[in-house]
Design a protein around this ligand. Structure first.
Ligand code: HEM
Length: 173
């Protein structure tokens, strides 16, 4: 997984729990204290998952709570700074989510070795969107958390639930 994901995780932990906590998590995951990841650098998926698992233990939270915290941080704080144009072009959570397939292709085009997740869209009725997630990483629970984060960013009360290992259902009010 690209370093940009680890960068966001590092910023979130440092901001909420301090730099020492992040260094502690890094060390327990087998990385030296103060390790910096380049945004375009490839980090082994297992290493990223190891960091997240240690983080859960250290902060005494479940994996789903960690995904929810990350989803909100990525969608509401980190990505709006780093990828402002995508936010400026979207008027609503719906607009934004419908662009996510293109956004992942675009933002990883110049990153050699990137394997971005892909999304397919299907409307169940005029308020209910089914987003199909395609990635060998099988992080559908993270997808649901990120979608909830997007709802928070646009101050919309979305109803989000996983309906299968590769699908989330989103009801727009
Ligand atoms: C401006 C908003 C966003 C940008 C620029 C962005 C960009 C990225 C990038 C660069 C990666 C790393 C890809 C790689 O390592 O090959 C990534 C991973 C990921 N993104 Fe996004 N993302 C955004 C929002 C979202 C949203 C809203 C969702 C959910 C609908 C999402 C779902 C994921 C997932 C699940 C991964 C982990 C990799 C995988 O499952 O294959 N992202 N994203």
């Amino acid at each position: 997984m690209k370093g940009v994901i680890a960068n966001a995780l590092a910023e979130m932990v440092k901001e909420k729990f301090g730099k020492e906590k992040w260094d502690d998590i890094l060390q327990k995951s087998g990385f030296p204290k103060g390790t910096m990841f380049l945004p375009t650098q490839d980090i082994n998926d297992n290493d990223v998952l190891k960091i997240i698992n240690i983080l859960c233990k250290e902060l005494n939270i479940s994996l789903q709570q960690a995904f929810d915290a990350f989803g909100e941080y990525w969608a509401c704080s980190f990505a709006p700074k780093l990828y402002a144009p995508f936010y400026n072009q979207a008027k609503s959570a719906k607009d934004f989510l419908l662009k996510m397939d293109k956004v992942h292709v675009l933002t990883t085009k110049s990153m050699p070795g990137a394997k971005p997740p892909r999304f397919k869209y299907e409307w169940k009725d005029d308020k209910t969107l089914i987003m199909t997630y395609e990635s060998p990483r099988r992080l559908i629970d993270l997808v649901a958390s990120l979608v909830k984060g997007v709802g928070k960013y646009f101050k919309e009360n979305l109803n989000v639930r996983k309906i299968s290992p590769d699908k989330v259902e989103i009801v727009f009010k």
